[in-house]
Design a protein around this ligand. Structure first.
Ligand code: FES
Length: 118
């Protein structure tokens, strides 16, 4: 039901993310955890092909807040569901970019780089 949707999560299953982050298992693990926590109707998970962030594989992005995660593995799924999706606190140890108030994606200070994405 779209009227109860709170977040839309795009998880990359492009070649880099499959090789480095085991994307297929990550996607399945998110869907299982969302069902187990009763969040499946509120959080939609979509598989997408390369999001041009291969250096950050496994990549995923959460909207509407525009938080990009890097290096996501099945080990991170339970914490991201609990802390980000339920408690609304992104897991900073895995955040690559966040959306600023000006609408720009800003690289996390935990993963410094001069790259920015728009
Ligand atoms: S293959 Fe996942 S970001 Fe490129």
């Amino acid at each position: 039901m779209m009227d109860s949707l709170e977040k839309h999560v795009f998880i990359c299953d492009g070649i880099c993310c499959v090789k480095k982050g085991d994307a297929h298992e990550v996607i399945a693990a998110f869907r299982e955890e969302l069902k187990a926590t009763g969040m499946a109707a509120k959080i939609k998970v979509s598989e997408v092909r390369c999001m041009s962030r291969c250096a950050d594989a496994g990549s995923m992005v959460v909207y509407p807040e525009g938080v990009w995660y890097q290096g996501v593995s099945t080990d991170d799924v339970r914490e991201i569901v609990q802390q980000h999706f339920i408690e609304d606190r992104p897991v900073q140890e895995r955040v690559a970019y966040s959306l600023s108030e000006e609408g720009k994606f800003v690289r996390s200070p935990l993963f410094p780089s001069d790259e920015t994405i728009v």
